[in-house]
Design a protein around this ligand. Structure first.
Ligand SMILES: NC(=O)c1ccc[n+]([C@@H]2O[C@H](COP(=O)([O-])OP(=O)(O)OC[C@H]3O[C@@H](n4cnc5c(N)ncnc54)[C@H](O)[C@@H]3O)[C@@H](O)[C@H]2O)c1
Length: 311
């Protein structure tokens, strides 16, 4: 396949790019920055990096042409950062208008399929969740009215090596306060970890290699799954307190906690994702349980802690 991956320098995108290149697919990445995790592919003739924005109409047509698939990862994330740190209009522009431009390009150049990640159905009022839910509707519109085959994969919290943290020093344009990197990094720094609310809010936690496998299956399937929104979960969620306890066990280390008031953009919820469509449509069941995934994740942050100066 000849695949365009928008946001391919990011956490999830870079793992997917590794896998696609391993399988000898041709990969073009469009991103605002080139992370170290994809720079390593520069000598691979199958890899092509384009630095720029999905909103730049001078770039998109030339790289959408002749593609067999588009994986659209580029977005501004952050349940609370999309309120407190990033401009709400910019979040809407990148996440909604950017997605529409990708879908228009797919239509114009007859790209056979667009696969993209989305986030859980919540009633929270934050620009990230609002815009991700809106992109699902636009993708279904393009599938129904304009014959663009779109498949949405819905994830809870994705974790694993390369997920960045607030104030990460890797040159990325956006950083966020994601739970697992925050716990590991604050503990390595000798600081207590701030827990929002009582720590009983629950979500599904999906290890990034399971995420990559779901994308690869959605890219390759011979079924027409146009308009589908496939939940990638295992009908099992964990509270923030559960995550901390499991990390303490896997890491054999005490994690100091400080309970603070709930952050903006989120209200305590129990998110769970049904795995029926994942099994029926993509013939997949998640392979990485929480303990196995965390044991694979911890060494990355220990190593990062040693490598970065301004930690
Ligand atoms: N990480 C999670 O827990 C999670 C959960 C559900 C869905 N998702 C979705 O998965 C996708 C990837 O998330 P991630 O965790 O890898 O985030 P990330 O921030 O690591 O990756 C996103 C990438 O998009 C790029 N980007 C942002 N604006 C851009 C623009 N205008 N033009 C080109 N590139 C741009 C960023 O530079 C970044 O490299 C996102 O669409 C996100 O909404 C992530």
């Amino acid at each position: 396949m000849n695949v365009l991956v928008t946001g391919g320098a990011g956490f999830v995108g870079s793992h997917l790019v590794d896998r696609l290149l391993e399988e000898n697919h041709q990969v073009t990445v469009l991103d605002l920055w080139e992370s170290q995790d994809i720079v390593c592919h520069n000598n691979n003739p199958l890899y092509h990096f384009v630095k720029g924005s999905i909103l730049d109409d001078n770039i998109l047509p030339s790289i959408a042409k002749d593609k067999d698939r588009i994986v659209h990862m580029a977005a501004i994330l952050g349940i609370s950062e999309s309120i407190t740190t990033y401009d709400v209009e910019q979040v809407a522009l990148v996440n909604i208008v950017g997605t529409i431009r990708i879908l228009k390009a797919a239509r114009k150049f007859s790209v056979p399929r667009v696969v993209f990640p989305t986030s859980p159905d919540v009633t929270w009022l934050n620009p990230y969740s609002i815009t991700k839910q809106t992109t699902e509707k636009f993708s279904q519109l393009f599938n129904k009215e304009y014959d663009v085959e779109t498949i949405a994969l819905k994830f809870g919290k994705i974790y694993g090596p390369r997920e960045r943290w607030l104030n990460a020093t890797m040159g990325s344009p956006f950083n966020y306060q994601f739970l697992i990197p925050t716990i590991l990094i604050e503990t390595l720094r000798g600081n207590p970890v701030k827990i929002f609310g009582d720590g009983n809010q629950k979500s599904e936690y999906i290890f990034v290699y399971d995420v990559v496998e779901s994308f690869v299956r959605a890219l390759k399937t011979e079924k027409n799954l146009g308009g589908e929104i496939i939940h990638v979960g295992r009908n099992k969620n964990y509270s923030v307190n559960d995550i901390i306890e499991t990390l303490e066990r896997c890491w054999d280390r005490k994690i100091e906690k400080e309970y603070v008031k709930m952050r903006s953009g989120e209200t305590p919820t129990e998110i769970v994702l049904d795995n029926k469509k994942l099994k029926d449509l993509l013939d997949y069941e998640l392979k990485w349980d929480l303990t196995k995934g965390l044991k694979e994740t911890i060494p990355y942050y220990e190593q990062a802690f040693k490598s970065f100066d301004n930690f």
